[in-house]
Write a protein that binds this ligand. Structure first.
Ligand code: G4P
Length: 319
């Protein structure tokens, strides 16, 4: 399921289900999209997973810039949440994750020991907003699973667990989380990567946003791919350090894309709507190379006002 539209009924159900799941587990693996770790994060996750071991996965790391992903790993590390960059479709997921899971479950194990309880496998929930790769991740785990365990009387009625090691077992259905709704930039970023229903976003508006990002960050590749001519004034404004001239005229760009891809309406007119859809699709597939949309906040140049405020609040508390 690539897209999802959140109605109040969905929200209530998702909240109830995640709260139920949380009661069953020791560790929560929160899956984020490495291109937009802020927008793909659930706003209530800290409260929902209180008292649990936490791991963050920066999934689809193959589509994000490595240095940015490393910066995000440090960012979460500073919050004492082990974070791991991953391509969930690849093998070796389990071994990449086990140190983080062990780290996250240390305090839970310690609590069990202090209560004089027997060592038991840590129970893990994979959670995240739609389309971040939760099911793919579970399948990768299940591929190497030692055994699938059935219902456990009294503890996990109706739930299936996948034994992934001697120390850990995974709930076989992911927890569905919702994104932030109040921040328009979040909606835009979710739409860009296709984590939101395409019915609720206007394709051409979205394509202009994608075009703007690509013009700024992958100008030469963009122009080369679709044979978009350089606008005179832009060419003059460009500097050698640039990735290509910054501004591209959307009308000209979509006409060029339509021409390059043979998208013509009856009568030979360029089908710019189809061109817009092609641009979005290719961007989502990563044909312009790894591209991170959101960077972790820095002291002075926070790109994400919400995170910046959060960071400042936290540093305020530390003082
Ligand atoms: P979900 O359960 O969180 O909703 O996500 P799911 O596993 O269904 O994955 C959504 C899409 O993302 C799938 O593409 C999947 O193959 C892809 N995906 C998952 N992990 C990674 C990753 O690490 N890197 C890349 N590049 N892609 C990943 P799909 O089958 O094409 O589905 P759709 O997008 O057409 O719905």
């Amino acid at each position: 399921m690539a897209n999802y539209q959140w109605y109040p009924g969905h929200m209530t159900k998702a909240r109830r289900m995640i709260e139920e799941d949380m009661r069953l587990v020791d560790v929560v693996i929160e899956v984020l999209d490495a291109r937009i770790p802020y927008a793909s994060r659930n706003p209530d996750i800290d409260r929902l997973s209180q008292g649990k071991g936490r791991v963050v996965i920066l999934n689809k790391a193959d589509l994000a810039e490595r240095s940015a992903t490393e910066a995000w790993i440090r960012y979460f590390g500073e919050k004492s949440i082990p974070a791991v960059a991953l391509d969930a479709r690849k093998s070796g997921v389990s071994s990449s994750l086990s140190p983080a899971i062990r780290e996250a479950s240390a305090s839970v194990r310690e609590k069990l020991r202090r209560r004089g309880m027997k060592e038991r496998p840590m129970r893990i929930l994979i959670a995240g907003i739609p389309n971040v790769g939760k099911s793919t991740l579970i399948n990768s785990f299940a591929g190497k699973a030692i055994a699938k365990t059935g219902n456990k009387p009294g503890v996990t009625k109706g739930k299936q667990w996948i034994r992934i090691s001697k120390e850990a077992e995974l709930l076989d259905t992911p927890g569905l989380l919702w994104p932030r709704f109040e921040d328009p930039a979040v909606g835009e970023h979710l739409a860009m990567i296709g984590a939101m229903s395409d019915d609720v976003v206007d394709t051409e508006t979205l394509a202009v946003t994608v075009l703007g990002l690509l013009a700024e960050r992958r100008g030469s590749v963009l122009r080369g791919r679709y044979a978009i001519a350089e606008a005179q004034s832009d060419a003059e404004a460009s500097s050698p350090a640039d990735n290509g001239p910054g501004r591209i005229d959307p009308d000209e760009a979509f006409a060029a894309i339509a021409k390059a891809r043979g998208c013509l309406r009856k009568g030979g007119e360029a089908d710019t709507e189809k061109a817009a859809a092609i641009l979005i699709d290719e961007f989502r597939k990563g044909v312009f190379g790894p591209l991170t949309i959101e960077y972790p906040p820095k002291e002075d140049t926070a790109e994400l006002s919400g995170e910046k405020a959060e960071t400042e609040r936290q540093s305020g508390q530390r003082k």
